[in-house]
Design a protein. Structure first.
Length: 142
């Protein structure tokens, strides 16, 4: 992931994140990695870097679930890898998949792994048994 700017109060941080992208993405590529651009408040389909092959949905919960993020992800998920961070519930996993995310992460297993691993595995079995009605299975690598 490329360095980004975070505002814990939910302020717009897209422009300074683009500045960091312009500085660090070439360096990350130069050492053989694919950088991920972090979507933060203020990002739109028209102002995200066109050379970002991977998008990481960062920012506040309100931002992650906003119409702006849905618009971006549903427009680009066929052409770019989209990842959502802080996915710690069945509902958030289902939302990320419906949006078009191909991967997720979270700290769910960190807290009570003996209890939460079976729960997480249950979510994945539930997902496998009931994929989206339109046949799109974004969390499964194609």
């Amino acid at each position: 992931m490329c360095p980004d700017v975070v505002d814990l109060d939910g302020g717009e941080t897209h422009d300074p994140t683009v500045d960091l992208w312009n500085e660090w993405a070439p360096r990350i590529r130069q050492v053989g990695h694919i950088p991920a651009f972090v979507l933060h408040q203020g990002a739109t389909l028209d102002n995200i870097p066109t050379d970002a092959e991977v998008l990481f949905i960062g920012g506040s919960t309100e931002w992650k679930l906003s119409a702006a993020v849905w618009d971006i992800v549903t427009a680009v998920h066929h052409d770019r890898w989209v990842h959502m961070g802080r996915v710690n519930s069945w509902r958030r996993l289902e939302t990320a998949a419906a949006m078009g995310c191909r991967s997720v992460d979270g700290t769910f297993l960190t807290f009570g792994p003996d209890v939460n691993l079976p729960r997480l595995l249950g979510w994945l079995k539930r997902w496998e048994a009931n994929p989206m009605l339109w046949g799109h299975h974004p969390l499964k690598r194609s």
